[in-house]
Ligand binder design. Structure first.
Ligand SMILES: Cc1cc2nc3c(=O)[nH]c(=O)nc-3n(C[C@H](O)[C@H](O)[C@H](O)COP(=O)(O)OP(=O)(O)OC[C@H]3O[C@@H](n4cnc5c(N)ncnc54)[C@H](O)[C@@H]3O)c2cc1C
Length: 472
């Protein structure tokens, strides 16, 4: 996309035409990055029969949507239909002996934590926000801070029920309709609608995380610290300074830890190990002006954050602070201003991670475009056809939408591609189709499974058309 195209984004006039379908509402939707905008017919069914009727009613393309936390256009379907699954959100069965939960796709990770943390269970994998649905999380095959040990969400799902374009419901697992299972996890809603799934929750001894905060001054230290932390801890994640240039390259604050054993807690906490006093969220009440984030404020924030995070051994962390620091600020996506932002998340194979990270951080630092919210994680083993992770390091950086941004991100794509890495679809809003094909080498296999499950290509999204994912 050209700079001119990126610059007029926020000014697209939307007429809010009434929908031609009385059951749908014409709405302007975005992902979490608030870029791009799409005018769609939005359905919010409450019952399975309603959903079946929506699918059967007309042949216009359709894409499922969960909580809308994908950053770009994965859950958008410009001038077409979007079906929000948020109201199909019942928890159906739970076996406390095995930790297996059966739930509808609209149940959120936050709801699972609310119900099951007091009983000593936690989602086996969780992204950096808990305000996502199970369906959306499985469709993106999300990863958490424990990927190096636990892989992605799909590894903990025993089966799922998928509604196909024909309205037929098919149970899929590694044993039954195995191809469809593999194409649906990470398949970004393009094989059908996940109705319900069975997920094995993780037993936890308390709601506290016991771990450490490690500060590193350069990349060698950062990689050493990650290797050590990953051997010792289930969870690890680093904030990394992406604005500092050569002298500060690799300046990180790494948080690592495990759920704390009850006996390690102080007496009051040990008495009620799953109870932590509620906190009241802050909120960003309006869009900040675009100038609020510039190289001075980003540098200032990074220096402040690094200074604040003093290394400490065996600290106890509140689970909300450890897993979901951004969830405590409602609408934080407004800090990037009205034009929105894109999050660029890439991964390099292990052997290329160091060189890839240096090259990319240097380019970002030179560009003066990066934001303070830059995260580094290590991935472990991964299965799946379109799933994003691979063993190696992953970097996620927010970029406010601005003139020339997409050309710059095209350059980053080439750096990632030449090292055998890839970019995450759940965060993407601008990648080019030829880059996607080169990065996702299982795409043609996935397309042949999709073509069998959805021969008329009824499930399609703004993302799938932009990237040419839909089979020809
Ligand atoms: C602050 C923040 C932090 C994040 N951190 C991480 C992270 O650490 N790791 C990570 O992997 N991701 C992360 N993400 C991305 C997020 O987890 C994924 O985009 C996830 O898919 C969002 O789920 P959702 O319910 O909001 O789905 P949506 O955004 O609504 O949809 C996402 C995709 O799922 C499909 N979909 C939704 N529901 C269904 C269904 N029932 N059946 C079939 N397909 C469906 C949609 O078509 C779309 O393609 C983060 C996002 C935010 C905002």
């Amino acid at each position: 996309m050209s700079a001119a195209a990126t610059s007029h984004v926020s000014r697209i006039p939307f007429p809010h035409r009434p929908s031609t379908d009385p059951k749908a509402r014409r709405d302007v939707l975005t992902g979490w990055g608030r870029y791009p905008l799409a005018e769609c017919d939005l359905y919010r069914p409450e019952k399975l029969a309603e959903l079946q009727a929506i699918i059967a009613r007309n042949s216009a393309s359709l894409i499922p949507r969960g909580a809308g936390r994908a950053y770009g256009d994965a859950a958008l379907n410009d001038q077409n239909r979007v079906v929000n699954l948020a109201r199909l959100n019942r928890m159906l069965a739970f076996d406390a002996g095995t930790g297996v939960l059966r739930a509808e796709a609209g149940v959120t990770i936050a709801e699972i934590i609310d119900v099951f943390m007091p009983r000593g269970f936690f989602p086996p994998v969780t992204p950096g926000t808990r305000f996502v649905t199970l369906g959306g999380s499985l469709a993106a095959d999300v990863h958490g801070k424990n990927h190096h040990r636990a892989s992605s969400l799909a590894a903990h799902v025993t089966n799922l029920d998928l509604m196909l374009a024909s309205g037929e419901i098919r149970r899929c697992s590694r044993e039954e309709n195995a191809d469809l299972f593999r194409a649906t996890v990470g398949g970004m809603g393009l094989t059908g609608i996940i109705l319900e799934l069975e997920l094995k929750l993780k037993p936890i001894p308390s709601a506290w995380i016991e771990g450490e905060l490690i500060r590193t001054a350069n990349l060698d230290q950062a990689f050493d610290a990650f290797e050590r932390a990953d051997k010792q801890y289930d969870y690890s994640v680093a904030w990394i300074d992406c604005a500092g240039g050569r002298s500060r390259l690799g300046r990180c604050a790494i948080n690592a830890g495990n759920f704390a054993e009850r006996k390690a807690l102080w007496p009051r906490a040990a008495q009620e190990p799953y109870r932590i006093a509620p906190r009241f969220p802050l909120a960003v009440p309006f869009d900040l002006p675009a100038l609020a984030l510039n190289s001075f404020t980003v540098n200032g924030f990074n220096a402040f954050y690094y200074a604040m995070n003093r290394p400490a051994l065996h600290r106890f962390f509140d689970w909300r602070w450890f897993f979901y620091p951004l969830d405590s600020i409602r609408n934080w996506n407004r800090i990037y201003g009205r034009r929105g932002f894109v999050q660029y998340q890439c991964v390099w194979p292990l052997a290329e991670s160091r060189a890839g990270l240096i090259e990319t951080l240097e380019a970002i630092s030179r560009s003066r475009r990066g934001s303070p919210l830059t995260v580094l994680k290590k991935f472990g083993e991964q299965d799946g056809l379109l799933s994003f992770p691979m063993p190696g390091y992953t970097l996620a950086v927010d970029f406010p939408v601005a003139d020339g941004l997409f050309e710059f991100l095209d350059e980053l794509d080439q750096m990632v591609l030449k090292r055998g890495g890839r970019v995450y679809l759940a965060k993407d809003a601008r990648m080019r189709p030829e880059v996607l094909r080169a990065m996702y080498t299982n795409l043609s296999r996935w397309q042949s499974i999709k073509a069998k499950a959805d021969p008329e290509n009824r499930f399609s999204s703004s993302l799938s058309r932009r990237l040419g994912i839909d089979p020809e």
